[in-house]
Design a protein around this ligand. Sequence first.
Ligand SMILES: [Fe+2]
Length: 204
Amino acid sequence: MTTTTVPTSYTAKKWNLAGLAGISDHTLEVHFGLYEGYVKNTNSLNEQRDELRSRGKGAATDLAFAELTRRLGFEYNGMVLHEYYFDNLTAKGNGTPSSGQFSDAAGASFGDFETWKKDFAAVGGLRGVGWAIAYQDPKNGRLSNHWVSLHEDGNVAGFTPVLVMDVWEHAYLLDYKPAERSKYIEAFFSNVDWSTVGSRLTRS
Ligand SMILES: [Fe+2]
């Protein structure tokens, strides 16, 4: 068996998203900083757990180990979901996918793209901080829209995130009033990179 070398830590990604419609460069700058915090905290949690284990303090009954472990879902998902989110944005967005992969998938599961979009926007408007995520079930190709509280409560194991929208207030509060989340959601749609979204589908 060959041994694969894996990185010992995560490196923050960079995006050039200047000039999005309705999401200011200042919002993005602040948001990138928050994302980098999740990368840093994920690495830190792993280092601290390694260190505890090296000292023989890595049992379930060791309180420090247990507390660090319970934080993994928040930090890991905070890191990964932001990467999906920034990856599915582009300053060259045009609001709706051209006919093809994603529209076909939305149509197959919801009847048509507009019905899928209305459902996704409604999920994104739920009270609380979290994420709206369109997943594809890799077993049957079905799309479904889900609400994820914080970063970790509501993700579906094994499903493929296809479109990811951050609806924490930090994603829009510099550009919109708290009650104007629907305006941010429309702005988000106008910046979606549908080719990236389509490339995430594992089944047509
Ligand atoms: Fe965020």
